[in-house]
Design a protein around this ligand. Structure first.
Ligand SMILES: [Zn+2]
Length: 108
């Protein structure tokens, strides 16, 4: 159970369904490691996702970004979040500001 307020970064080292700790990307990279083609596999993941969090109260040139990393459980196949962290995304000169997600219930 997460405490409130949540403190980032968050780590989820086990599968939330079966409790397994073996992951697909980690195991794939282990075999590469054993063949001398790369370093450790603990940080391997299948994909990551970045989300800009829309907040109308934040300053114009910055937005909160949540970055999450995912892998699949080697034992039961469940895809789950391994790690979540936040960063502040700052818009450079000449770039568009983050687009608003709109108001809930609006038809835009
Ligand atoms: Zn599992």
């Amino acid at each position: 159970m997460l405490e409130n307020p949540i403190k980032f970064p968050l780590d989820f080292p086990k599968c939330p369904v079966c409790g397994g700790e073996r992951r697909v990307a980690m195991e794939a990279l282990k075999s590469e490691h054993e063949q001398g083609r790369c370093k450790g596999a603990q940080n391997a993941y299948l994909f990551q996702h970045q989300s800009l969090i829309a907040n109308p109260n934040m300053q114009f040139l910055s937005a909160l970004m949540v970055i999450t990393f995912y892998d699949a459980c080697l034992d039961c196949g469940t895809v789950y979040c391994l790690h979540a962290e936040t960063r502040t995304a700052v818009q450079g000169m000449g770039q568009k500001p983050p687009q608003s997600a709109g108001q809930f219930g609006s038809k835009n």
